[in-house]
Design a protein around this ligand. Sequence first.
Ligand code: PEP
Ligand code: MG
Length: 577
Amino acid sequence: MSIYISGIGVSKGIAISEAFVLVREQLDTTQKTLPPSEIKSEIKRFKNALSLANSQLHAIKKKIAKDTADDIVSFIDTHLLMLMDPAFDEGTITNIKEHSCNAEWALQMQGERLVQVFDEMEDPYLRTRKDDVLHIVKLIQTCLAGKKQEDDQHYYKGKIIIADDLTPADTVMMQHQKVAGFITEYGGPLSHTAILARNLGIPAIVGLRHARQLIHRNETLIMDGSSGVVINSPDKKSLKYYRSVIREENAKRNLLRKLTGKPAVTLDNKHITLHGNIDRPADIQLIKKYDDTGVGLYRTEMLFIELNKWPDQKTHFKTYKRAVKALNGKPLTIRTMDLGADKEIQDTIDHGPMAHNPAMGLRAIRRCLQDTQDFMPQLLAILRASAFGPVRILIPMLTNVKELDQVLALLDQAKQILQNDNIAFDENIPVGAMIEVPAAALAVDAFAEKLDFLSIGTNDLIQYTLALDRIDDEVSYLFDPLHPAVLKLIHMVIEGGKKANIPVSMCGEMASDTRYTRLLLGMGLTYFSVQANALLEVKHIIINSTVENLQSEVQEIMQLYDADEINLRVQQLVNFL
Ligand code: PEP
Ligand code: MG
């Protein structure tokens, strides 16, 4: 009889195969008191385990490095760095000395302390980094017990792996062993392992509690990495259905792959710019995996968040130069810092975003203009990076033209400083604004006349137009890119750009969602900046669309107010060539 169970689908794709249940031996980490004479040798035993763990990770890195992208190898580097961090080393040794105890327990205590530190972090991304701490603790504990990490990897090939949890290193190794997919009992969609599975294209489900009791070795499974559904011992009808879905997916993937490197030109010969969004220079590798194109949005906040402070000019410059070089002549749009609301570092917290309404508080450019001393190094570094390839500056969260005037004046000052010091930069570096506050959309003409380009940030534009907090689950049902007010604002911005004869892009999530590609083309959008994995899907729709045919249909949609009707009509655009 078929059994249906479900977890959180974190990496799309269907797999049909036999289950391989990973049963890991329970490691003994109970506290043992040692006589003073044994403390020195216990510390030595711990250090040996550390260096064994280190060489095991290096061995994995060496094994996968040849044919794996740098950003994926860098997940293992993160673990190597953590292994060397004094927080593990010194903290555990102090515990051994202070409690006269065994290394296993001392490490366990230290691990729990570090997990608590990560648990208390505001940022949901950083909070999930506690998984890395747990993985490192487990690796060292395994080494202390004198055991090797799972050795039966050659049995994995083609199987669906069922585990309590997987480390990023396990995940990369599994891709190497060509597993069909994996299901874990723990973990969330933001964990490194989930991100990696998506990057590597391995179907994955996490958070399926008790999976190792519900599923047995060699049972046949169907897993759907999008919905999170697992069918245990499927009947013939389910097998037939899911096999046909796999065939369709493969055909689609092959078709999309052929679009790599092809220009995004519509059937009526309209040239559309299609760029990718990144958070850090390493993400450029991901873009290249799909297409050789530029970057329409580089969110620089991650640099601040990773350092938990404002970077100095040197760090900014080094990072941006790396991105420019990686793009090899393709354009890079660097957005100045957008901290505040859901993205915080200690400094912005100190400046009071614990206000009742942080999304409307001292966020992004507002914070930069409060303290221009902090902002200047970023402007200088972006300018300096522009000497190495085409760079554009993008300003987030502008609400009024006065703010824009202030930014432009600061930029002139920065240029002057570099000129005085004889440092090269692009004197005509294009400057653009994110249009993501309704006030800026309504007053678009005033912005457009002073700028070289505009970029529509639909994530915030929708949040502020519909008065809903974009990170509050309780009001997420209100998030509607097709709300007539949102459509009108988007249209105003596109028209404003046309009037001023400057390009308008869209870099919010709406641009990556293929359900809206034709609507946006019909509205006159000619520049999409999307998530790397949406590049080819969006391109596929673009090259199979005729903008002229879409225009009158979209004009009619723009007159509607009934949400269901708008939805239906947008869905029907699929039939318009
Ligand atoms: C947006 O608001 O649509 C956008 C692209 O910026 P972010 O998601 O970084 O706020
Ligand atoms: Mg935004």
